[in-house]
Structure formats: structure tokens, C-alpha cells
Design a protein around this ligand. Structure first.
Ligand code: ME8
Ligand code: MG
Length: 655
């Protein structure tokens, strides 16, 4: 294999390495998950993948936190590593290497890097006077700062707003200023270096405004990599940390040159918008000084916010990924973060939104569709679905939609716009739902077997495409879904095959346990509102025409939320529908309702509505009705379903 084809066929992705001052939180999970999705997506494209993550363990910030905890810095950082690795394993973050900047290989390689740059004249010794923000581990120049405060404290850090402190010490400088032109030339020649583009413009104007040499050593900090031949200095933490991206793949380590050359340059480096300058200015300049190529792309994402503030270890307003894992499982949370956090902007995290997304996108739209299709096939004894030969117009339209989805999804994934990719894919999931309901296969089975099998086969093909496309985001769930279709997941050129596919697969259906459970809500605002209204009604002065009830009367009635799973016309009646309603733990019920003039089955199937669950069963045209659907009638006699403002588990009782 030639060098070029080897490098085209590899994908090296990195995450920031996190300061180990606390356990990981949802923000650190998010960056690492982005890398995992990118890694898996590229595996699916047949690439050789290396995925690196790790921890940033030196510097003043970590040393201070350790001191506050009453531990030595090394004891302190060691105490968190397990929490990181455990969280990443639970979330199926399949990294190839976890680097710690206290690893001896890294320490030695950084020292060698410094020696080399000193010899080259890119590092020189002088004196630094200015401001320092420990939280950002960054020097703040007078140019960037407001007028210093008089009480000895420095101006606010332009990045995080915290107070900076004065620093005046002997230091080694890196000749950043001499790379200004080369950097500007590089940005101009590589307009795609940073995604999204706005961030590149910010970087360009920062560099154009003039670069000063960068202090890269500290004498007032001892927790760091000792400078070669000058033990009074330790490496500035960013000069140490940024190099992890090359030391992890063997840079500066004898015998590992080939390994290094097979992975470098990185194809994708993921980071939050808080650390753009370090990655887009200092890091490329360091690489230029060492004569190394620059990374191909930086993906800069926005922040996850809680109550409008950036979620962060320093603020402490964090969500523990382990709590979410215990309650919802790894893959629903992965889906939520990829679907709802828009990569280019800041996004708010709320539990309500997470639960709502799991219920609607995963449990209802996808899980229910698979379950309904397989149950229907099972009911009619056709678990083996042969190749379908001649497709009808409607099925061909769905197939076209499937092809378009694959192409558009692929483009979004290549551009790292994962939230857009999933939004596009779920539009297709909804098309499949609409197709399935409109086709009404449960009606066909008696009279048109071939049409019935076509609907099952088209749905299987569609779900198979969804499973493969969504695999980077929910690997195990999608493998389970494929298993239910009788297929096994393989990594062999799978996207390319999908693109060529003419829907000639054979399926062997298998019932599987519910793919996505709906989250159990604590107590919903809906039920609280209903309760309040009932109480208010019970207390309000009665109007003469309406008899009083007391709360005991109200509580006699069991009003339950259920999902209408099936809906068929009752023969010999022009009014009645026969519905199968799912009440979760309270079981399935057959309920008849005279609403045919008002709704099509499509408008009912898959919807949640409110039912009187303990109404005495009644016979209607020889069929038993085991409950009653509640409806609202307007002045013109038009009926509307009563439903809940957001999805709740089936069987939830209104009180
Ligand atoms: O900056 N939303 O480490 P760090 C989204 N050690 N992403 C978030 C986030 C949030 N609320 N909070 C943190 C450092 N992140 C350095 C990096 S790299 C050589 C050295 C993510 O622990 C995001 O990727 O402060 C951010 O850039 C990174 O964690 C910062 O982690
Ligand atoms: Mg930070």
C-alpha cells in the first residue's frame, strides 16, 4: 500500500484531555462522545481508526485543588482516573488509548521536545511580568485586560471573568511572534481547518492583531514537567498538555517512529470553544516549530448549559453522567446528547427534555414501530420474510426516501453535524411510521397476502438502514434491532453497500424485549394540574344543574393514559372503531368508540389518550368494549382527543 492511500484510509481523532480536579461531568462526556461517534462513523466507512482521550494532570490549577483536598498532587489526580475510565466504559466510549500527562513516556517526550526547540533557538530565557488566570491556566496581557485593580489583584480574565493575579518571574519564552505570518498563510490556505467557520474568523483576527512571544515555563509552580537542564523551571501546563496529541502515538520515543508516522497528522481534534486559542494558534505554531504537519480539522463545539450557565467543574453546576446512566441507560443518553445539543451552539440541558426525547424519538417513533411490525408478522405466522420481487409505487417512494436519507445523513456526518444528521434520520423514521400506518397491513392480511408481505419487507429494509446509520450513536441498541430483523452487524464497507442497495434482502424476524423503555416520570405536571383542577372543582360552589361530587367520587374513577396501538373499523357499523389500547403494566384493552366520522385510524394510532379504565365492560355489536375514550366536543359537534401535554408511561393514572 502506498503512503497516500494508507493515510487516506486512516482516521485519528482526539478529545481535550481534562483537568483532573473532579469527576467527569456531562460536558466532558459530550466532547468524548463526539469523538466516539466520529470514530465509529469512520470505522463504518472502512477506515483504520485511532481514538485518543485522557487527562491533563499538571499545573497550578490541579496543584491548588490537591492542596485544598489535603493530598499530594499525584495522589489527588490518581484518585479520579478510575471515575473517568469507568464513566467512559459505561458510555461505550471505545477509545484506543487513555493518556495521562504524568505518564513517564509523555514526560520524557515533552522534555525532548523542549530540548530540540531550545537548540533551534525557538525557545529563549527572559523575564515575564503580567497577569495569570489559574482557572484557565492562561497569561493575560495588558492589551486584553481592563485597567488592573489597585489592591494587588489583577483584572478580570477575558475568558472566564475570574480575577487574575500578578506574575513576575524568570521564564522561557516560545517565539510565537515569528510564526504569525506562517499561521495566517496556513488559515488562508485551509479555510476548513476549523468547524464552524465563525471560529476561524475569530482566530484570524486575533492573530492579525499581533502575536507576542509566549511564556512556556513557570518557576513559582512546582507541579509540572521539569525543564531540561534547568530544574528551577517546570513546563507551562499548556506546553505540556498540547503535546499529548503526538506523544500518545509515539512522538519522541525511540522505536515508535513508524507508529507515529502512520497516525499523524490528526484528522479531527475535538474541543470546546473555551480552548480555541490554545488549539488554533499555539498548537499549530508548536507543530510548525517541530517541523510537523498540522491537524486536518478542529471541531469546536458549544457549551452545555444548566440554567443558562456553562456547566463546569469550577462552578460545580454539574450533572453526573453516572446518575443519568443509572436511570436511563447509556445509549438513550448518547442519542439525546447527539440529537439535542447542537454542536455549533450552546445548548441547555434539562431532564424534561431528555425524558421527552427518549419517549418520543426512541420509545414511540422507533421502538414501537419495530415492535408493531414484528408482532403483526408474528401474529400471522410470517416471521420469515423472503426477498420481495415487485415493489408497488408506495413502497418505491419509501425506498427513494431511504436512499435520499442515506446520502443526506452521510453528508451531515462527514461535516460532523451530528444533530442535523439525526434530525434527518428521524424524519425518515417518521416517514416509515406514516407508510406503515397508511398501508394498514393488519387489514390486508386476509385478502392480499402479497401486499401484506410487501409492507413488512419494506419496513424491514427501512429499519435495517436506520439501524446501520444510527449505529455510531447507539451501537448495542442498533445491533439488537438488526438482530430482531435476522441480520448481524458487520463493519465491512457497510455504508457503501447501503447506498447501492436495491432492497433485495431476506429477513428472519425475531421478537426481542422492548428496545427502549419510556422513562418513569417522577410526578408529572400534567397529573398535578389535573389534581388541582379536580380539587378546585370539588371545592367550587356548585351550579344548580351540575350535581356535587366529593373527592372520593372522583377517585372512584380510574382515568388512565394509554397508547392506541391498533384501530380497525367494526364491520356492520358506520360509526364504530375497535381499538387495541396499551396501558403498560395494566395490560392491553379492546375499546370501542363511535368516532369514525371524526378521525382516520392514522390520526389515532400511536397517540396517547385518556380513557376511563374501570368502566363496566359493555357489548357493542357482539364485541366487548373494555373502557371508554374521553373526547372533547365543540359547539359544532366536532370531536378532539383528550391527551397529555407530553408523553407519559402507558398506564399513568390521572388524579
Ligand atoms: O481545558 N459543555 O480541560 P477542562 C461542553 N485541560 N463541553 C464542555 C463543557 C460544557 N459545559 N465543560 C467542559 C482543559 N467541556 C484542558 C484541555 S487539551 C490539550 C487541554 C469540555 O477539564 C470541552 O471540550 O477544562 C472543553 O473544551 C473541555 O471539556 C475543557 O475541559
Ligand atoms: Mg475548563
Amino acid at each position: 500500500m502506498s503512503n497516500t492511500s494508507m493515510s487516506e484510509n486512516k482516521f485519528y481523532v482526539t478529545t481535550p484531555i481534562y483537568y483532573v480536579t473532579a469527576k467527569p461531568h456531562l460536558g466532558s462526556l459530550y466532547s468524548t462522545l463526539l469523538a466516539d461517534v466520529a470514530a465509529r462513523w469512520n470505522k463504518l466507512r472502512g477506515k483504520r481508526v485511532f481514538f485518543l482521550t485522557g487527562t491533563d494532570e499538571h499545573g497550578q490549577k490541579v496543584a491548588q485543588a490537591a492542596e485544598q483536598a489535603g493530598k499530594t498532587p499525584k495522589e489527588f489526580v490518581d484518585s479520579f482516573i478510575d471515575a473517568y475510565q469507568t464513566a467512559w466504559h459505561k458510555y461505550e466510549l471505545d477509545y484506543d488509548y487513555f493518556i495521562r500527562t504524568t505518564d513517564p513516556e509523555h514526560v520524557k517526550a515533552v522534555q525532548q521536545w523542549l530540548t530540540q526547540l531550545i537548540a533551534k533557538g525557538d525557545i529563549y530565557k527572559s523575564h515575564y511580568t503580567g497577569w495569570y488566570c489559574t482557572s484557565c491556566e492562561t497569561f493575560v496581557s495588558d492589551k486584553e485586560s481592563e485597567t488592573p485593580l489597585s489592591n494587588g489583584q489583577g483584572p478580570a480574565c477575558p475568558s472566564c471573568g475570574r480575577v487574575t493575579h500578578a506574575v513576575s518571574e524568570e521564564t522561557y519564552f516560545f517565539k510565537l511572534s515569528s510564526y504569525q505570518d506562517a499561521l495566517l498563510k496556513f488559515y488562508a490556505q485551509h479555510p476548513d481547518f476549523i468547524t464552524p467557520k465563525e471560529r476561524l474568523n475569530e482566530v484570524i483576527s486575533f492573530v492579525q492583531s499581533g502575536l507576542k512571544d509566549l511564556s512556556i515555563s513557570r518557576t513559582t509552580v512546582t507541579w509540572g514537567i521539569p525543564f531540561p537542564n534547568d530544574a528551577a523551571h517546570v513546563a507551562y501546563v499548556w506546553a505540556d498538555a498540547l503535546n499529548n496529541y503526538i506523544t500518545a502515538i509515539g512522538y519522541g520515543q525511540p522505536g515508535k517512529e513508524e507508529l507515529f508516522n502512520s497516525w499523524w497528522p490528526a484528522d479531527l481534534q475535538i474541543l470546546g470553544k473555551d480552548i480555541v486559542r490554545f488549539h488554533a494558534v499555539y498548537w499549530p505554531a508548536f507543530l510548525m516549530a517541530s517541523g510537523l504537519s498540522l491537524p486536518k480539522k478542529l471541531l469546536v463545539h458549544g457549551w452545555i448549559k444548566m440554567d443558562k450557565q456553562k456547566m463546569s467543574k469550577s462552578l460545580g453546576n454539574v450533572v453526573d453522567p453516572i446518575d443519568l446512566y443509572n436511570k436511563y441507560g447509556a445509549e438513550p443518553v448518547r442519542y439525546y446528547l447527539m440529537r439535542k445539543m447542537s454542536i455549533t451552539h450552546d445548548s441547555d440541558f434539562t431532564i424534561q427534555d431528555l425524558e421527552q426525547t427518549i419517549t418520543s424519538d426512541l420509545a414511540n417513533d422507533l421502538g414501537n414501530l419495530l415492535n408493531r411490525m414484528v408482532s403483526l408478522a408474528d401474529k400471522h405466522g410470517v416471521m420469515e420474510v423472503p426477498q420481495h420481487k415487485i415493489w408497488s409505487e408506495t413502497a418505491l417512494a419509501l425506498r427513494d426516501e431511504c436512499f435520499n436519507t442515506i446520502q443526506e445523513y452521510e453528508q451531515f456526518m462527514q461535516d460532523c453535524l451530528y444533530h442535523m444528521a439525526l434530525a434527518r434520520l428521524w424524519k425518515f423514521v417518521n416517514s416509515v411510521n406514516a407508510y406503515f400506518h397508511a398501508a394498514q397491513p393488519w387489514k390486508m392480511v386476509g385478502n392480499d397476502r402479497d401486499a401484506f408481505m410487501e409492507v413488512i419487507s419494506a419496513t424491514c429494509h427501512s429499519l435495517r438502514a436506520v439501524a446501520i446509520l444510527a449505529w455510531p450513536v447507539m451501537p448495542h441498541k442498533m445491533e439488537e434491532m438488526l438482530g430482531s430483523l435476522g441480520h448481524t452487524f458487520t463493519m465491512q464497507d457497510i455504508i457503501e453497500n447501503l447506498e447501492l442497495e436495491i432492497w433485495n434482502e431476506h429477513f428472519m424476524l425475531k421478537k426481542i424485549p422492548t428496545l427502549f423503555e419510556k422513562p418513569e416520570p417522577e410526578i408529572t405536571s400534567v397529573t398535578q394540574e389535573v389534581l388541582a383542577a379536580l380539587e378546585a372543582a370539588a371545592e367550587a360552589p356548585a351550579t344548580p344543574a351540575v350535581p356535587d361530587v366529593v373527592i372520593d367520587d372522583v377517585m372512584k374513577m380510574h382515568l388512565l393514559v394509554g397508547t392506541i396501538e391498533q384501530c380497525e373499523e367494526v364491520p356492520k357499523s358506520d360509526k364504530l372503531y375497535k381499538m387495541q389500547v396499551n396501558f403498560g403494566a395494566s395490560g392491553m384493552r379492546q375499546i370501542l368508540s363511535g368516532i369514525r366520522k371524526h378521525f382516520t385510524p392514522d390520526e389515532l394510532i400511536g397517540k396517547q389518550a385518556v380513557f376511563v379504565f374501570n368502566l363496566k365492560p359493555r357489548m357493542m355489536l357482539g364485541l366487548e368494549s373494555q373502557g371508554m375514550m374521553l373526547l372533547a366536543e365543540d359547539a359544532e359537534g366536532k370531536l378532539t382527543m383528550t391527551t397529555v401535554a407530553r408523553a407519559v408511561p402507558n398506564g399513568t393514572r390521572l388524579r
